[in-house]
Design a protein around this ligand. Structure first.
Ligand SMILES: [Zn+2]
Length: 388
């Protein structure tokens, strides 16, 4: 059972960042329902000269909100949607209460990534207040479909911006990248994701008359064996080597004396930018051809990898983390995909930095309240360094 800690919240003063994060958590914005989160953030930025543009695609709401028209354009990117809570009675505190207990902000989205959104907004407010005539422009790109299919979210906003020749120079994504301590890990890229379903066709028959059948399970096993043993690439300085995994194999009629007519496997590769999607597809298809005459591959939508090499943005983020936390961050490209993959291809430098990711998508998701204030300070310092 969860308890209410509203009383504690009333008596203790909380920062603007925490108050905003709490207000966001109290809107149960499970993908793709934004539940007014973007309006709340827009209302917080408009008084500071940001001009909002709500972009609705299908049932996904997106917000592009921008201050200024000059280059360079610095963008904070993130998502207002959250994953489902599962049974609420398993939570120590109500998942949409935003309770702050012993310095920890509780609730679904606290770490992934409503805390970051609040930190971005308050960083922008303080920066603009201190530097109303800053060079360049600042924008926020927010979607309510990062955790879902991600079809009508960031990718559609980027298409819209591209069509009107809007150039993003720098983009900081607020995904929770930290492992043990705020800012210990910054992501400067993400692996690509290539997946599909392979169907091998054989000839159904009686197990006692194998010469009259053609067993697709045997063929599929050989293909999977080859693919598991394939050396795809060596990885590079920033990326581990490409990996191949089978997530499901399916065949059989249910009878023990029947060779089935077909067999299926689902697979996925997480790949390093040293391998192209087309070269990986070629290797997979040739492994299939070696063992089967009749096969089909139904490819899933491709997630492209991205990589941001050392440069203006990465230095600004590293220096700002060091200045605020006292520690230099490590670089990483692991974990799943992120919306950074849609933003990098238009030529932007993309770096990801957010709070601890230990409890994301779990029951009792939580974030350290002091970490959010520190994160807001880091974001502000990044703006200071980029738009100077
Ligand atoms: Zn996220």
């Amino acid at each position: 059972m969860y308890q209410s800690h509203i009383k504690e919240n009333l008596v203790s003063e909380i920062s603007e960042t925490l108050a905003l994060a709490q207000a966001l958590i109290r809107r149960p914005s499970v993908t793709p329902d934004d539940k007014g989160c973007q309006r709340l953030l827009s209302d917080a930025l408009e008084p500071y000269g940001f001009v909002p543009e709500f972009m609705q695609f299908g049932d996904v709401q997106n917000l592009w909100i921008k201050r200024g028209t000059n280059a360079p354009l610095f963008v904070f990117a993130g998502h207002t949607d959250v994953v489902p809570t599962g049974p609420e009675e398993n939570w120590s505190y109500s998942p949409f209460s935003g309770d702050i207990v012993d310095g920890m902000l509780h609730g679904r989205g606290a770490a992934d990534m409503k805390g970051s959104l609040a930190a971005m907004v308050t960083a922008c407010q303080r920066f603009v207040q201190a530097r109303p005539n800053h060079p360049g422009s600042i924008a926020l790109l927010l979607t309510s479909d990062e955790e879902g299919p991600a079809v009508d979210g960031t990718v559609r906003v980027i298409d819209t911006l591209k069509a009107r020749n809007e150039v993003i120079d720098y983009c900081l994504v607020g995904e929770p990248t930290s492992a043990e301590r705020l800012g210990d890990t910054v992501k400067n890229g993400r692996r690509g994701s290539l997946g599909g379903t392979l169907t091998v066709r054989g000839i159904q028959g009686h197990v006692a008359y194998p010469h009259l059948a053609d067993n697709p399970i045997h063929r599929l096993s050989s293909i999977v064996g080859d693919l598991c043993a394939t050396h795809w690439d060596d990885g590079n300085e920033y990326f581990p080597a490409t990996t191949f995994q089978v997530s499901n194999i399916e065949a059989g009629t249910g009878a023990t004396n029947v060779v089935p007519g077909d067999a299926r496997a689902q697979f996925n590769l997480r790949f390093c930018p040293d391998s192209s999607a087309s070269s990986l597809k070629e290797k997979i298809e040739s492994a299939c051809s070696r063992h089967a005459e009749f096969f089909e591959i139904d490819w899933c939508p491709l997630g492209l990898p991205y990589q941001t090499l050392p440069g203006t943005l990465l230095s600004a983020v590293e220096d700002s983390v060091k200045e605020i936390t006292g520690h230099s961050p490590g670089l990483s490209t692991d974990g799943g995909t992120s919306d950074g993959r849609f933003i990098a291809p238009i030529g932007a430098q993309v770096v990801e930095l957010g709070p601890l990711n230990r409890t994301i998508h779990q029951v009792d998701e939580v974030v350290d309240a002091d970490d959010l204030d520190a994160l807001s300070n880091v974001y502000e310092k990044v703006l200071d360094r980029i738009l100077k």
